[in-house]
Ligand binder design. Sequence first.
Ligand SMILES: *[C@@H]1O[C@H](CO)[C@@H](O)[C@H](O)[C@H]1NC(C)=O
Ligand SMILES: *[C@@H]1O[C@H](CO)[C@@H](O)[C@H](O)[C@H]1NC(C)=O
Ligand SMILES: *[C@@H]1O[C@H](CO)[C@@H](O)[C@H](O)[C@H]1NC(C)=O
Ligand SMILES: *[C@@H]1O[C@H](CO)[C@@H](O)[C@H](O)[C@H]1NC(C)=O
Length: 591
Amino acid sequence: MQNKITSLDFHTLYDGVQFRRLQTPRLFVTMKLFFVEILFACLLAASLGQSVVKPIGRVHMKRSHCVNNNYYKGPNCENIDKQLTEIKQEIRALRSGDNNDNSSCQICSSPWQLVYHHDANGNAVAGWKYALISAVLSGSRVRVRVGDSYCAEADNVHVYAGHVFAQLLWHVSKNGWNRFQRDAYWWWTMVSTDGIMQMTRYNVGSNTHRGTNSKKTSITWYVQVSSLPATPSYSHKADGSRTQGNLNDLERSVKEGKEIRCVSAKSYSFPIQNVAINSQLKFISGQNVDHISSSLVNNSIQFQSNAYWWFTMVTSDGLRDMSRWTVGIHQSRGHSKDKVAIEWFTDGCWEEVFSHDANGRELSGSRKLLTSAVLSGHRVRFQIPTWRYYTAEADNLSIRNGHVTAQALKHVSKKSLAEFQNDAYWYWLMVSTTGSVRATRYNVGEHKHRSNSLNKVEVKWFIDTRPWKKVLANDKSGNVLSGNQSILVQAVKAGADVRCVQGDEITGYAYKAQNLAVSPDGKHVSAQALSHVSMTAAPNPNEVMIQPNAYWWFTIVATTGFRDVSRWSVGAHVSRGHTNDKVGHEWFVNY
Ligand SMILES: *[C@@H]1O[C@H](CO)[C@@H](O)[C@H](O)[C@H]1NC(C)=O
Ligand SMILES: *[C@@H]1O[C@H](CO)[C@@H](O)[C@H](O)[C@H]1NC(C)=O
Ligand SMILES: *[C@@H]1O[C@H](CO)[C@@H](O)[C@H](O)[C@H]1NC(C)=O
Ligand SMILES: *[C@@H]1O[C@H](CO)[C@@H](O)[C@H](O)[C@H]1NC(C)=O
């Protein structure tokens, strides 16, 4: 994949909204169309609850599979009509040089967009809040920059009373920009467009609350769109009846390994972390486990005191199963069901690169293609067709002798494709290109190992087709081997998604930076990664597996080569060691 962005050079278009300067005018058109669409959709968002919307614009497009023009207008929008006309003129002008190639479809190369920036009092500095709301309600991924030097992706996002509330959960307490605190706690934050950032702290592995407080802060919001127009593949009402799209399309997308995101009740956006298909009754089932309980306080959404994990399973029939567990202990806070309207969005920017049988023999594509994608920063999803097309994204990818093992942790035990088990446990998978799939089970909230199992199955592997650009490689002393630290710093500040890669085809690994910090001198970046359970060599040297008596393996890696490692028994507040060493990394960015 080629990166279409020539530089991080910003350029103000109109209304204070900044677009990155792009290499090709046609991609530029795509981004503009995106903005036009956001403009309109935001009006829809502004009139939430209104079912009658009037189409107002119709821009002729040759390639209707990329863009159609379901633009809408709600009330109170006259003030942007003029801007809109200007934008349309610009688009027409840019498109006059259009030929028959396909480049206006390059949505997968579209960068993370700065859509809204507000100050600590929630006043707009750049962009438009309704563009953010519209993107959220269209299933877009959202990244957040807090202040100037901290960046993370939102795990789930609520729209309420004209504000956006995002949970950032993947952060363990730090002592400075590149080190863990000795007595580690989770630092969960809720950021919102009213400028308030709430932080709540719980010990890693116990229910000890270490305090909750709030502050006001400036936030910059970035979104990544995955389709134009941003319409769901399928949507239904709470009673399960279809409102839009075709369930067959959604089913096909799941089979093709595409990432799925949902928006429920037109207000809550979350990623589906593992998905499966019930072919008999014909429904899609998805699970999300990254959510800490929240409630309404004074018209804003805040973390609850005595917090619990809120795990959900949703189906395309409208069923939602909810399992609640006090954070840090194995205590149920209830298991119940309801019905909810959901829009299912598909990210088409994924493609299959390799599939093999239960013994690892190639069926299609090539293993080499997969390993080279991993080592060049691509995200990876795997699918087990015989397990009802079970598909999930790898949290960490290990390479051994040209084979890949994906560790996938975002799964809580299921009784069926529509229901959690009452006595919930984590179901962690290690999926190898040898065909071995190992499952490890630990109770939610305690260090109680339930069992392990090993299966041999056929697996399909998918990579994201977005551009990942290597901007820096440093050795373990922090010497620059290629690229440039300041480009990485700029990318992080511009909301880029970042992945870290170490090693090669013989021994290597790759993972997402779950939160990023810029050093106080502005020269270095550190990446914290937490979704990782300790591994060990498997009997087959081409595989790795989860260790017995497993622990969380939390790392902070910096471009100085410094790596801090904090280990905590899974399900208990028991330290298994805090050490540091030096390691070289390659840094890939998607921006
Ligand atoms: C354009 O892209 C779409 C989607 O990627 C593809 O289905 C279509 O065949 C392409 N058309 C041409 C003319 O290349
Ligand atoms: C809610 O707002 C009222 C009035 O501003 C204030 O007195 C009260 O303390 C607030 N409650 C909470 C829980 O923040
Ligand atoms: C990913 O797995 C490898 C083992 O292959 C491990 O060395 C590495 O530390 C893991 N990732 C992170 C973020 O630590
Ligand atoms: C790194 O990039 C910055 C900005 O793009 C540039 O000013 C600087 O000269 C580069 N440094 C090196 C060592 O290439």
